[in-house]
Design a protein. Structure first.
Lengths: 506, 315
């Protein structure tokens, strides 16, 4: 890549240096000889598509994963990080998206966990000192948080701030890793976070900042590294930050399918009017036509998950009006939706879809059994026939329909779930991350299946953690940001680059 | 072929243990091998097995019904009271209706409010046992002689009492319900993964409630049978019953985690338990030690169940 600007001698006080790290998971190379470094008192951002390897590298640094090969240096000395304790002792702290503060104890006890100030008498905790020291620390960062407050009564943002202070105080961390820290913060809270980060810098603490929001990243970072397919494809310095350049690095030079066929939008199938979800979605309206594939893109915290869940009766909505084939419908539970011919593919296959201990057959038939057959006695022959038919149609690799589903590969499991949904000839399919954890071959097959069904008249609403997937299969894409539609792309206008630019603009 | 027979044997561990146990006991204890003793075992297990069969459905659906004991007490005293005050028909019908109402309450409270069935039925245990005591003012009820009502226990077909046939019929009907109907399939799916079952639109409230109703119904049948046999009923008749029932189920290899099991295994478990208790009684082992044996058996069976499950998860 011509944008590569490594080996700049201006930065020689390397606090952390990562060389040629390789991490292999069964079936995929998550990190492919990746290089990365961090200076003292620097904010170094990492951006990249989902699956680019950002989280994997951070998990290696924080001790959750171990690397297959490569080296890590801290202050020029090679170190081994085998577990979370190693990492913590080396001064690395990770602030997770799901916070790990101990909720039922106070702010001050959290910040001083493991090193509570004692009294001279018998090692009782000196609460007066604990309070004043906590107050001092909070004041230093200009935080208006009461030290004696129980942590579970703080806002998410405040909890995050406490977590950061805990990291530098209780663990003496020199490197703080923040993974999508602003996904659930308001604008003011984000500003506050940035002022804390600036405070950390003056103390000589370094921050690795992972985010999808390019505006934020360019605002706070000293350097930005772009990861793609497990490689560091370019590092930009503050002087050269440019959103367009970052995005083209993120996507790479893959050819975009520009000649998307214009589809006919004749028959209105599904309409959402005036959908409101508390703290998530504001006044959302959308129309969906027969045979149309609608993609919904958005970052974490954009509200897209809650949106589709509420369409299917899995998340409460403050108000919603749904029309199906121009008739008003009410969807209070998933059952209401399924009875109308709307099916949903949840994102967590193992937790929300599969009946792991049961057979392939039992996993294919249930919706058909309960919504098409509706007979008290099960017709065994018909059920077997149906299962065999779909195994063949979707070329599921399994020894027989009686095989336990847990023994199938991820791709084949997903094809079984698709069989389950397709078996009832749905009019509308809502798919949440339809190819997560699926091998490349099955992914292609699933995409083809979706297109074929769309041609035959089924409508789709698709969410995906990978924007290229959406731009590849969707006829129309809407982009959500903070609960509102911030962009819409139709037919030939659907391109990864435009969607990404729209979604990452805060 | 070889694999198939091995896996068949693996699934029949309980049957094999049972056969071996019966052979050993037959050789070791003279009083065990008498025909009358086998009849005694059958009579003893019939009552508890009917309840176990109902409980099996609840457990497969991912629940547990701890109120079976007190429902048993209530149904038993109601049966005798109805017999004395009214007639045979009410002596059979009223306990069944009362039990069904308890089942509906158990089912609706747990599934509609999404609560743990252990807690709800634990509460119900106390409520119903209090109600049973209140209903008869704490006293044991002695039934007036009634030929028709006594017939349930007294009539023999091929030397086997009528109520033993009722047990066999119930076991077969429940097995068919479980294996061949959408209700049974729904239970298995809900027990395996309630969240997935909800997302595909299965009516969890209806199916779960139905399983609790069938369980309570089974309890009332068992209670009426016992009342007919003894012609007396105490409001504490069913105390501790839930423990025996769960022991039989767990020994039968039904996973308390839900989603797995069948009636056949429960029946084998109940027979195994019945044979062990019978052997202990015949060899004059004091009741206290019988209780200890039962307790150890349940711990052993649960340990094996949990180990089997965790080895599955590792896979």
């Amino acid at each position: 890549m011509e944008e590569k600007e490594l080996n700049n001698n201006q930065y020689d006080n390397k606090l952390l240096k990562v060389e040629k790290i390789v991490k292999i998971f069964p079936g995929t190379v998550a990190l492919d000889e990746i290089d990365f470094d961090l200076n003292k008192g620097e904010v170094h951002a990492i951006v990249g598509e989902n699956g680019a390897g950002k989280s994997t590298l951070m998990k290696i640094l924080s001790g959750a994963y171990t690397k297959n090969s490569g080296s890590i240096y801290i202050d020029g000395i090679e170190v081994e990080i085998n577990n979370v304790l190693n990492s913590s002792n080396l001064g690395i702290s990770m602030i997770y998206q799901e916070l790990e503060n101990i909720p039922k104890i106070t702010v001050s006890e959290n910040i001083f966990v493991g090193k509570l100030p004692g009294t001279r008498f018998m090692g009782f905790v000196n609460f007066r000192k604990l309070y004043s020291e906590t107050k001092k620390l909070l004041d230093e960062f200009d935080l208006n948080i009461e030290p004696n407050m129980k942590v579970n009564r703080l806002t998410i943002a405040q909890q995050q701030f406490v977590e950061i202070i805990k990291a530098i105080n209780a663990r003496n961390s020199k490197i703080i890793i923040m993974d999508e820290p602003t996904s659930s913060l308001t604008k003011d809270e984000t500003e506050k976070l940035f002022s804390i980060i600036r405070g950390l810098k003056t103390k000589g603490i370094s921050v690795i900042y992972i985010s999808h929001r390019l505006d934020e990243v360019t605002g706070i970072s000293d350097r930005i590294s772009v990861f793609r397919d497990g490689k560091n494809v370019g590092t930009l310095y503050k002087e050269n930050f440019d959103a367009q350049k970052i995005i083209s690095l993120m996507i790479g030079h893959t050819l975009e399918e520009t000649n998307k066929a214009k589809i006919l939008r004749k028959k209105l199938v599904f309409e959402v009017k005036n959908l409101n979800i508390k703290n998530r979605i504001e006044n959302f309206n959308i129309k969906l036509y027969e045979g149309e594939i609608l993609g919904i893109a958005g970052l974490m915290g954009s509200g897209k998950d809650e949106l589709v869940k509420s369409l299917f009766g899995l998340w409460p909505a403050a108000s919603k009006e749904l029309f199906f084939n121009e008739r008003k419908i009410t969807v209070r539970t998933p059952r209401d939706a399924v009875n109308l011919g709307i099916v949903y593919l949840p994102e967590e296959r193992k937790i929300q879809s599969l009946f792991l201990t049961l057979s392939v057959k039992y996993n294919i038939s249930p919706i058909w059994l309960f919504n098409i057959c509706r007979k008290f006695f099960i017709n065994d022959l018909k059920e077997n026939e149906l299962s065999k038919q779909f195994i063949k149609k979707l070329s599921v690799k399994t020894p027989s329909i009686y095989q336990q589903i847990v023994s199938l590969s991820g791709g084949n499991q997903q094809k079984v779930i698709f069989s389950r949904l397709i078996a009832v000839n749905p009019k509308l399919m809502i798919l949440n991350d339809p190819t997560r954890g699926v091998d490349v071959g099955s992914k292609e097959e699933i995409h083809n299946l979706i297109r074929k069904m769309a041609l035959e008249g089924t409508s789709f609403i698709i969410l995906s953690s990978e924007i290229p997937e959406i731009s590849k299969i969707a006829d129309r894409v809407i982009v959500l940001s903070k609960g509102e539609i911030c962009g819409e792309f139709i037919d030939e206008k659907v391109t990864t680059k435009d969607i990404l630019i729209c979604a990452t603009r805060v | 072929m070889k694999n198939k027979s091995i896996s068949f044997l693996k699934n029949q561990t309980n049957l094999i243990i049972l056969i071996f146990l019966v052979i050993i006991l037959t050789l070791a204890i003279p009083s065990f091998r008498q025909v009358s003793n086998f009849l005694n075992i059958l009579k003893a297990i019939s009552v508890i097995s009917i309840v176990s069969c109902g409980m099996t459905l609840v457990v497969i659906g991912g629940g547990l019904d701890l109120s079976v004991g007190s429902t048993f007490s209530l149904a038993a005293v109601m049966s005798i009271v109805m017999l004395n005050r009214h007639n045979v028909v009410l002596a059979i019908i009223v306990p069944i209706i009362a039990a069904i109402i308890i089942g509906i309450l158990n089912g609706i409270i747990t599934s509609y409010f999404n609560l743990s069935s252990i807690i709800v039925t634990l509460g119900m245990l106390s409520v119903v046992s209090g109600f049973a005591l209140f209903y008869v003012n704490g006293g044991t009820q002695v039934g007036n002689p009634n030929k028709i009502f006594e017939a349930i226990a007294k009539i023999n077909l091929f030397k086997i009492p009528l109520y033993c046939y009722i047990f066999i019929i119930i076991a077969i009907v429940y097995e068919v319900l479980l294996k061949k109907t959408s209700f049974g399939r729904g239970l298995v799916l809900i027990g395996t993964n309630p969240e997935a079952a909800k997302i595909i639109g299965i009516n969890i409230t209806l199916i779960r409630t139905l399983s609790f109703v069938i369980c309570s119904f089974s309890v009332s049948i068992a209670a009426v049978m016992l009342s007919s046999r003894l012609m007396t009923a105490a409001p504490t008749a069913g105390v501790g019953y839930e423990f025996d029932v769960i022991t039989a189920i767990v020994i039968g290899g039904i996973s308390l985690g839900g989603g797995k099991g069948n009636i056949y295994n429960t029946v084998i478990g109940a027979i195994l338990l019945g044979v062990i208790i019978n052997a202990l009684t015949l060899t004059n082992v004091p009741f206290a030690f019988q209780a200890i044996t039962k307790g150890l058996l349940i711990i052993l069976a649960i340990t094996l169940d949990v180990r089997a499950r965790s080895s599955f998860e590792k896979q």
